[in-house]
Design a protein around this ligand. Structure first.
Ligand code: FE
Ligand code: FE
Ligand code: ZN
Length: 280
């Protein structure tokens, strides 16, 4: 069975238990959460997250904690070369997220590499490498998965080569999260998905790929915009996304929807069902 779920919320009073219940209500066997608001670093203490109850319920349903994915808040910018405060705050928040991910029992923490702002991409990459080498030295037993980015503004990670370089220069094992909307927006034509996957394998290595974000895109190939569309409602289209989800080389990988709500309601139960049943 493919491992397919969505982003779910984590909020008081039930926190992770609420996240698991939400995922189960979508018939998902995987899920992704931000451990607090993605835009800030305020976090409830781990003792309040109802981790034990959530874990029991998830396992009772036959699912694995390895398919509970954590996404780091996007205020982290460890590619910032000009503001030392942003850089050290980014490291501190990342460290804190790794501790929380470990407490939850998650295996993968998804991280945006960051933006080099007015500085060069190369200098930005140097900072990312420096930060990861520093933070990961402590050892958390959680794999940081760098996300493929759309290339909006000065975002790092819109080419597989960027991620490959960071992985090569960091002294600790890293993984990758492949976002279909982002790779499409950065110019990888997913209509020839076998070719893209081959390129990924040559540049990074398929064994480094642990998580996929399954999103359609509101923009054309190469637009570098990063606006997610509902499955089948964007420029990538249902057929291509179904191929990604059911690709034989990606059987073991965890797939997460991050598509927008429709009229204030989550589309995930329906999108999961349609994608699951679309296997050829
Ligand atoms: Fe992301
Ligand atoms: Fe994503
Ligand atoms: Zn995105």
């Amino acid at each position: 069975m493919i491992k397919l779920g969505s982003h779910v919320s984590m909020a008081k009073p039930d926190y992770l238990l609420g996240s698991v219940k939400e995922a189960l209500s979508y018939n998902a066997n995987a899920l992704m959460v931000y451990t607090g608001a993605p835009q800030n670093s305020f976090r409830a203490p781990v003792e309040e997250l109802k981790i034990a109850e959530a874990t029991s319920l998830w396992r009772e349903n036959g699912y694995r904690m390895d398919d509970v994915i954590i996404h780091a808040p996007y205020i982290i910018n460890i590619a910032n070369t000009v503001n030392p405060d942003t850089f050290s705050m980014g490291k501190e928040v990342l460290r804190n997220e790794l501790i929380r991910s470990r407490a939850i029992g998650a295996k993968y923490l998804v991280l945006h590499p960051g933006s080099s702002l007015k500085d060069t991409l190369e200098n930005g990459i140097n900072k990312v490498v420096e930060a990861l080498n520093e933070v990961l030295e402590e050892g958390f037993n959680v794999t940081v998965c760098l996300e493929t980015m759309a290339g909006k503004g000065s975002e790092i990670g819109y080419r597989f080569e960027h991620l490959a370089e960071i992985i090569r220069r960091v002294n600790y094992p890293l993984g990758v999260c492949f976002d279909t909307c982002h790779t499409w927006d950065s110019g990888y034509d997913l209509n020839d998905f076998d070719k893209v996957l081959k390129e990924f394998d040559e540049v990074i290595g398929l064994e480094k790929l642990h998580v996929l974000h399954i999103n359609d895109s509101k923009n054309e190939l190469g637009a570098r915009k990063d606006r997610h569309a509902n499955i089948g409602e964007g420029y990538i289209g249902f057929e291509t996304l179904s191929k990604v989800v059911h690709h034989p080389l990606l059987k073991s990988k965890t797939k997460i929807l991050e598509t927008p709500y429709i009229d204030g309601l989550p589309p995930y139960k329906d999108e999961i069902e349609r994608l699951r049943n679309s296997s050829i």
